[in-house]
Every structure is written in structure tokens, then in C-alpha cells.
Design a protein around this ligand. Sequence first.
Ligand SMILES: [Zn+2]
Length: 271
Amino acid sequence: MRFRRAIVFLAFLCVPFSALAQEGIDLSKWVKPEFSGRPLEGLRVALDIGHNRLKPGAMSARGVPELSFNTATTRVMAGVLEKAGATVIVVNADGTVTSLAERPELATKEKADVFISIHHDSVNDKYLRKWTHAGVERDHADNFRGYSVFTSSKNAKPEVSRALALEVGSALYEAGLRPTLHHAEPIQGENRPLLDERTGVYEFSDLVVLKAAQLPAILLECGVIIHREEELLVQRPDYQDLIAHALVKALVEVFPAGKREKKGLMKLFGR
Ligand SMILES: [Zn+2]
């Protein structure tokens, strides 16, 4: 544990601050939404680590597969959510779940109240450029950076899912982060309707992991890892912690204490 902490600390020191100050990333404007007590007591949150060992997702600018980023960030989130009183169910903890539809099913089996799939982002191939890192030629794209949040109107609980997506987008924005809007570009593979341009919330009707879910579900892209600076940013413990605290804030808004039983939720959302 001590060794791991030392590595995390070293990684933190290696991030060039001057680089992060560019392109609108202003660390001095980060405002972590703190919580007191255990505001998520009684809530069961499923955190899904996106992708799996066989298909580890997008490749970062330095050649690290997305699954590694998803796993690291989810661990931090799980710790913060548990501190806030939530019971956390980590789906795909060992990276072996290959079926998309199975992920929310596993969450439902564990009686989760909400499902949040954790990912890191890439861009359309047309933006890729070559560079050499550690002696290896790799792809990168510095055009887009930022988080994005997805919800599906085909989800079994579309209103709650949409409400949560909007709250998460809003909490991240208010924490000082900025979204990427490249998923709205009218090209094949993107073209996603924006529900809120300012806070980076998209409708993605046929996203399987959301569409298949029988419980409220969203997907969060924590940052763009094909972007050379953002790849470093998303590995910072303070960035992961900031996102985790924004999640707590959003969950408290959508699942207020005292209204957490199914009955209360149905009443709250008129269904
Ligand atoms: Zn992904």
C-alpha cells in the first residue's frame, strides 16, 4: 500500500503544471464540492468499469489502454462514495465481464439503485496524428478535451437517468471542469444530440449498457486520453477525487435522503 502511494505521489509530481494551465484547464478554479456526514446513506450505487481485458477500449496517447484508466478512477470514486455512506457495487472489478447487457444485470442482481458506467474518451480517427513517445510512434489528438455524460431515453427509468446525467454534468461544470462537445459533430460515429451544451450532457439512445439497464443509468467519460495533456490530467488523484465528489453531489440531488425507497422515487418522478 505504501509503495502504491509512493507511485501515485511520483506520478503526481511528474505532471507538468505549465502544460495543464493551457487550453482552459485552470487548476485554481477547481472547487471540490465537499460533503459532511454520510449524505448517501442507504443508497446502493453500481460503478461499472468500462471495457474488459480482451477489449480494453480506447488507447491513450502514450499507449495505455482505457481499461487501466477506468479501473483507477473507479477505485477512487468507490472510496469517496463509500465515505459518503453509499454501498458501492463495483461491476467488472477484475476486467472479465465481456457482455455489455450483463453489466446492468449484475447491478440489478445486487439490488443497486443506480448504475454509473465509467469510461475515458477518444476522438474520431480523422483527428489522429503521429508522435513519438518513449521511442515508440503512437497516435494522439490534441483537438478535444474534457468530460461528457450520456443518458439513454430507451433506458427503463429514462426520467431519473436523464435527471442524474444533467446533475452530474452540472456538478462537474460547477467544480470547474469543462466538457468536450466533439460527440455532437455531425459525422458518422458521433452526431449525438446535446441535452445541455454548457455542461456536456448527451442523449445516446442506443448505448447498450444504458438501454439494457432496468435501473437508472448513465455513462461518464472522465476525459480524453488520446489528448496528450489530458491523459496526464485524468491520472491525477486530485482530478479523480474532484469527479468523485461531483458524483456525490449529483447523487444527493437526485436521490435525496428519506426518498430513497422505490416508493418515494416513483412519487418523486411521477411514475
Ligand atoms: Zn470506453
